[in-house]
Each structure stands twice: as C-alpha cells, then as structure tokens.
Write a protein that binds this ligand. Sequence first.
Ligand SMILES: Cc1ncc(COP(=O)(O)O)c(C=O)c1O
Length: 371
Amino acid sequence: MERLRPEPPALYLDAQGNIPQFESVRQARAELRVGGSAQAATDAGLYAEAVGGLVFGDSRDGQDPRRFLTHPAASGTHALTLGARLLAQLPPTRRVYLPTPSWSNHQRIFEEAGLTVGHYPYFDAYARQLDVDALVGFLCRLPGPAVIVLQASCHNPTGSDLTRDQWDVIADVVKALGHIPFIDMAYQGLGDTLQDDNYGVTAMADRGVFTLVAQSCSKIFQLSEARCGSLSAYCPSADQAQPIQRAMQSWTRMDTAPASLGVVARILSQPGLRKLWQSELDGMRDRVGQVRAALHKTLCRLSPAWDWSYLTHQRGFFSYDPALHPAEDAPQAPGLPDRRIVSASGRLGISLITERNLPDVAHAIAGASAP
Ligand SMILES: Cc1ncc(COP(=O)(O)O)c(C=O)c1O
C-alpha cells in the first residue's frame, strides 16, 4: 500500500473532467501545417520577441531593447535549469533562497547546478496566508547579496500571492541590498490578467534591478504534452547584458528548439488567434475561481467550525491547508475520484476538481478537518 498520498499534479481538468486542448492551439497547429509562413513562425527570434512581450509587458516601452533578453526553453523546468546554470557562473553569489514551502523541484534544480540552497519564510501555516513581514525581515537580515526565488502568481503550492504593494516593498529591499530576484512564472494570466500577473517583473525592471525570469507556456497554452518556456533576463545596462547574451547564444547551439515554439509564436503574433487564446485562458481562470467558490460553499456547510475563507482568497491550481489531517494510510475514501486531490501535507489540487467529483472531494476534505 502507498505510504503517503502523492502531491496533486499541476494539471487542469475542465468541467467534464478532461484535459482541454485550446482551440487557439489547434488552429495555430493547423495553420503551421499548411502555410508557407511556417518557417517564419518557427523562428526562435519571433518566439523570443513574442514571449518576451508577455514576460516584460510594458516595462520595455521606451527602453533600450538590448537590456531585455529572452531565450527559448523546452519547458519552465528547463528555463529554471538554464537560469541556475547562469547563476552558477555569475559573481557575486552562489546562495539561493526558496520560499517555504515551494514547488517540489526547485531545490533539486538549484542544487544540481552547484548552488547552495536556503529557505525564507513565506507562508504562515497557522493563519493560512502569506507572511510578508517575515519574508522582508529575512531578506533584510541576510549577510550579503543572494538569489531570491519568487513566484509571479498562483504560488505553487500555497495559492497565496504577493499584492502589488508587497511586490513594491520587496523590490525596494532587493534593490537596496543587491539581491538577485529569480522569478518563476508558470501561471501568468491564471491568477489575474497577464498584465497583473507580471507585476513583480515590472516592479524589478522599473527599479533597474537585474532580474531573471523562468517562464512556462505549458499551463497557459495547455501544452502539457509538448511543453515550452523561456528564460528572460532584465539587465540594468547593455554592458551587463553582454555576457548573458553570449551564454544564451551558446545554448542555442546546444539545445533543440521546443516543438511548440512555432505554435506559441503564431498565437501571440496573430491578433485573431491571440484574442481567442486570451479568452480561453480567461475561461480557465474563471472556472478555477468558480470551483473555489463552490468548494468553499460546500465546506462551510459540511464543516462550519473550520475557517475555509482561504479557498476563495488563494489563486490558481493549488490551495494549502497544513492544519488538515487526512489519514496517511487510510484506504481511498469511497467515491473520491483521485487521491492526489488531497495530499497528506494538506495540499489541495483545486484544478483537478470538477462539478461531478466536488461532493466527494468536499467530504474527503471535511473529513480531514474533523477533530
Ligand atoms: C511553480 C512552477 N514552476 C515551474 C513549473 C514547470 O513548468 P513546466 O511544466 O513547463 O516544466 C511548474 C509546473 O508545475 C510550477 O508549478
């Protein structure tokens, strides 16, 4: 028998319980198969320009374009790995700090690049919300410059994000102390709009702070089978950008271009497809919000003494309630469609909940809240 319930995967199921394929992606694939413009659309330069536009938003306006670099990556995970590789070569620091808790692969990625990994406080398990005072206090007490890994939106696994004001405070502290922010952006547009979800990146760039961004298209284009992503760097001056650009050029010779690169480039650069994609992305975000509201309502009825308000405050594919105590070795609850929806550590796979399985999931969660 399984000893622990596995963690919920970062997958999204639609109302029917299927992994949806975006119509914008289907159309872009079909156009690329027939069009003579396929070559142009698969050009890595077009992809980097289009995805760089998502990542940096309007912080590029009126600025020297040589300071904003974007390199295609095979996935968000690959982008993090490339960024870690770059950091291992960069003075002045080899220390990286991750939030507690964080996406389970972060630690391994940075350690494998030869960096020393520490952890900063992020989530107050008792209040079930972000503890920004503890975070800022920790950054201020660090003995020297360090790399700080932050998630842009839909924090995995807590679902608790920084507000704009909190990003501003962190960006001021990071600038004053010379830290290097490394922003992981796997869910842009799924917390709020595309522009809102890159606020952290623009807050850093607007202050002239050297920043790395590992971006993933896997969720926001529903490309789980054929992922792609990008590594971006904002450099305060064109001179500082040069060694990074050289490193990125050397990767171009080593890496194979991700298969979905042409599809994403096409969607982002064709206004009609972009509009369709935007509405599909918005639809996904709205549905996750509706699932959160419905789960909240049902749990308030099933277990009224528990504070479930975090469900509607948190965002994205996950919620996190470490005070829940699902039995680790209990057999699967009758009717519970997928035991990964509720993990032993209290992580909830919100994006795996459908209208159909919600009653069973809610009973399993309510059971884990029983004294
Ligand atoms: C926070 C976070 N970063 C990065 C990734 C990796 O993205 P990709 O699936 O494109 O490798 C994920 C995927 O689940 C994630 O949740």
